[in-house]
Design a protein around this ligand. Structure first.
Ligand SMILES: NC(=O)C1=CN([C@@H]2O[C@H](COP(=O)(O)OP(=O)(O)OC[C@H]3O[C@@H](n4cnc5c(N)ncnc54)[C@H](OP(=O)(O)O)[C@@H]3O)[C@@H](O)[C@H]2O)C=CC1
Ligand SMILES: CC(C)(CO)C(=O)C(=O)O
Length: 327
């Protein structure tokens, strides 16, 4: 099996490096300075246990890859970048290769399944960070991350099993799941926090703001009959992935915070908190906390905000004004 990793950023770069370092075949697809750096110099992969550089082919577009029948494609771009990427896969002649969605949120699988017949969900627990275009960090030990994988629509097939085997060899804890979307909805709830983390300074009390956001998310999923797992209290985390600081690396925070720090001009919130707002609106329900946070992310982007630009008191006041109740 050869793994094509589309979006060789924090998650994609870390997975590509781990696969490559364990002797497995990988092709990265990246863009701009990152593609040039990885193609020229390879990728430095830093973990709490040390740093190693690894080399693998990295191209700027899927049309540059000579496709093989044993290829699988792992999408690791942010959700807002998925649709154009799927069109580039079509342009490259991809038809029935398995597509794995290694992304937060629950939208990518549907985007992909409209276009390609075999789609798999991947629920990621893997704190990672791009330091320089050719320098990526994974903070968890003893394994680099914890991934659940299964067919979108339910069940497990041979491609899930091969992906689990490949990741396990690369020191990433991976488990096949026959109801993968329950993991992905559980992870969605976990990620409802991302935009709060990005808006507030590190020492702010985000917990009191997050409580009604999470409760609302859980209630909306339950009212819509959508099953989810308790990702936050998954006992496997303690065994497989404990977060460790790495000397010389100033971790900004999760994926949304990283987008704000980089000034990337877009964030994934419409597909995270916005998913809860969407479900509420489709079902005659109300989700003021998550609708507020979705609007807040758009406002912060518009204002070119940096993490820490909002105080917890101001967010609480604005949430209350939108009808959010605090215990
Ligand atoms: N970072 C983390 O710790 C975690 C992230 N996740 C999830 O993983 C997914 C990926 O996030 P993350 O790795 O942080 O994101 P990054 O922005 O670090 O990486 C995504 C990469 O994809 C590239 N990209 C996007 N579109 C294209 C394209 N058409 N062609 C080539 N390259 C492209 C981006 O390029 P460019 O830089 O130019 O935009 C970027 O380098 C998200 O769904 C996120 O929520 C889940 C768990 C943890
Ligand atoms: C919180 C975290 C790091 C968990 O892997 C994540 O999912 C993200 O950054 O979006």
């Amino acid at each position: 099996m050869r793994t094509i990793i589309y979006g060789t950023g924090a998650i994609g770069g870390a997975i590509a490096a781990a696969l490559s370092l364990s002797g497995q075949e990988v092709v990265g697809i990246a863009r701009g300075a990152r593609q040039a750096a990885i193609a020229e110099r390879g990728l430095l992969f830093r973990t709490p246990e040390g740093a190693r550089r690894t080399h693998f082919p990295c191209v700027a577009d899927p049309t540059e890859i000579e496709l093989r029948s044993d290829d699988v494609i792992l999408l690791t771009m942010k959700t807002q970048d998925t649709l154009p990427a799927l069109e580039r896969l079509r342009a490259a002649g991809v038809t029935d290769h398995p597509i794995f969605c290694g992304q937060n949120g629950v939208s990518n699988e549907r985007f992909a399944l409209r276009r390609f017949p075999e789609v798999h969900g991947v629920a990621l627990r893997m704190p990672t960070f791009v330091v320089e275009p050719d320098d990526v960090v994974a903070f968890s030990m003893p394994q680099h991350g914890l991934l659940d994988i299964g067919c979108y629509g339910g069940g497990i097939n041979a491609h899930d099993e091969r992906m689990v085997e490949a990741l396990t060899r690369a020191n990433i804890a991976a488990f096949a799941s026959d109801d993968i979307m329950t993991w992905k909805y559980g992870k969605l709830l976990f990620n409802l926090h991302n935009i709060l983390e990005a808006a507030l300074s590190r020492d702010a009390d985000a917990g009191r703001l997050f409580a009604p956001v999470l409760k609302e998310g859980q209630e909306i999923l339950t009212s819509c009959g959508i099953a989810f797992r308790d990702v936050a209290n998954d006992p496997r985390r303690k065994v497989h992935m404990v977060f460790h600081e790495i000397d010389g690396v100033d971790y900004d925070g999760g994926s949304t915070t990283q987008s704000f720090v980089r000034g990337s001009g877009s964030v994934e919130t419409d597909y995270i908190n916005g998913e809860i707002a969407l479900l509420a609106r489709l079902n005659g329900l109300s989700a003021p906390a998550n609708a507020y946070l979705t609007d807040l992310s758009a406002r912060l982007l518009r204002e070119r905000a940096k993490p820490g630009d909002m105080s917890a008191d101001r967010i609480e006041a604005e949430m209350r004004a939108c009808g959010v109740m605090f215990d």
